[in-house]
Design a protein around this ligand. Structure first.
Ligand code: SF4
Length: 446
């Protein structure tokens, strides 16, 4: 939280020497608070004051990065409790476990399966963001072997999960180029785990049974020179308690600028089948896990989790948009139908999928309505006969087809007359719901 002018004033020399160009230290403090001056302009400010001001200016939640340069993910640095206040910044990373009890082909296959959990939704690639290698075997050798296999077999960042400092030291040294996240440091292993994290240049996850214990733990880890910390609240607690703890930690970090909890969080969801894990993970994504680790590798369970991440981390003030242009669907020719829709992603991809389902090669003209849907755009006068006529001219629709027929969404049938005048094209009113487009194109158009 930024300091007020008076709080800054207390840290200044208070000699009113004017070397900073201001008449008094108070005037300089006020200018600093309003970002109209730089601290360096005062040559006499103490190092202690500089440190305090720098710490106060740091974001309330630290950003933590792991993974190699090519695969890096970043979590944390969130600034608000609710996305409508601004937006959430760094999307939750979804990780899937790989147990070190697997060997040979089974291990390879699991790593390949997890790495392949990538999807495309409304034109955006989404997927599992990390592999969590878990030391279920209790053997340091097996853990090292599984971590090396995950490094060799997948492009995803790694999370090394073990309570054994011996296993962690051995594995971290072997895969440190991939900058894995190390989990866990607990109160009785904090010193050793912090040493391993520091030696290998890796971030460290901290786990304790209560928030108070976690607070002490992060301070302890910091004294050993590790700044990049990820927090976990107790795993054994039921989902309600975990969500409560995560919300409390977030509140303390952001509203009270409580630095010992000013880090992103990680949650493990291991119990239950894919459905149960999916439900728990979605709750934890919403409030407020920076990383969620699940055991399930079922695509049906992963996709809703990833969709939730996508939805929660979309900037609410900037609708997801597609580029305004003409999109050919299939291999349309000069006799193919032409229809228009808006550049709101969800609208476009829904229309696109229904046109594809019709198997009638077509052109979809996407009109720039600033990312709003058909009815919203029409109500706000962003979708009118001029916008459509201009888009048709800009993208040369008349050169694509021989006919002069334009299919318009049924919801804006009221535009027909004016649009006909503006374009000199025959206007065909399509269905209200685009799910009826296949039937329309096959039976009415054809
Ligand atoms: S240079 Fe520093 S000590 Fe001198 S007036 Fe400015 S703020 Fe005060």
């Amino acid at each position: 939280m930024a300091l007020t002018g008076l709080e800054i004033f207390k840290l200044l020399p208070k000699t009113n020497c004017k070397k900073c160009g201001m008449p008094t230290c108070l005037a300089f403090a006020m200018a600093l608070a309003q970002k109209r001056a730089k601290l360096d302009d005062c040559p006499d400010v103490s190092q202690e004051a500089k440190d305090k001001l720098a710490a106060a200016a740091a974001p309330p939640m630290r950003k933590v990065v792991f993974g190699s340069a090519q695969t890096q993910v970043q979590i944390g640095q969130e600034t608000v409790m609710f996305r409508h206040e601004e937006k959430f910044h760094n999307p939750t990373t979804l990780a899937v476990t790989v147990s070190d009890t697997l060997t040979g082909e089974d291990l390879k296959k699991r790593i390949e399966t997890v790495s392949a959990l990538q999807f495309e939704r409304v034109g955006t690639k989404i997927g599992v963001g990390a592999i969590a290698v878990v030391n279920d075997s209790g053997s340091a050798d097996s853990f090292v072997a599984a971590c090396e296999a995950a490094k060799a077999g997948g492009d995803l960042p790694l999370i090394l999960v073990t309570q054994s400092s011996k296993a962690m030291a051995a594995a971290a040294a072997r895969v440190k180029e991939t900058v894995p996240l190390l989990a866990w440091a607990e109160p009785d292993t904090a010193e050793e785990m912090a040493k391993i994290a520091k030696e290998n240049g890796c971030p460290l996850a901290a786990r304790a049974e209560t928030i108070d214990a976690l607070t002490e733990l992060t301070e302890k880890i910091k004294t050993h020179g590790v700044e990049d910390i990820v927090l976990s609240c107790p795993e054994g607690a039921d989902l309600r308690d975990r969500l409560f703890d995560l919300s409390r930690m977030r509140t303390l970090a952001l509203k009270k600028v409580f630095r010992p909890l000013g880090y992103p969080t990680i949650s493990f969801v291991g119990d239950g089948d894919g459905d149960v894990q999916m439900a728990s993970a979605i709750g934890l994504i919403c409030k407020y896990s920076g990383i969620v680790v699940v055991d399930t590798a079922e695509p049906y369970a992963l996709l809703p989790m990833l969709t939730t991440v996508m939805n929660i981390f979309t900037d609410p003030q900037k609708p997801v948009q597609v580029e305004p242009k003409v999109y050919p669907i299939g291999e349309p020719d000069a006799n193919s139908p032409v229809m228009f829709t808006t550049n709101f992603s969800l609208t476009y991809y829904t229309v696109e999928s229904d046109v594809e389902a019709s198997r009638v090669p077509s052109y979809i003209l996407v009109v720039d309505t600033e990312g709003t849907s058909v009815l919203t755009a029409y109500s706000g006068d962003k979708l009118n006969e001029k916008a459509v006529a201009d888009a048709m001219a800009k993208f040369g629709v008349d050169k694509l087809v021989k006919h002069r027929k334009l299919i318009i969404p049924g919801y804006v049938a009221v535009m027909s007359g004016k649009l006909e005048e503006a374009t000199n094209w025959e206007i065909l009113v399509g269905p209200r719901e685009c799910s009826m487009l296949p039937k329309y194109l096959q039976e009415v158009w054809n």
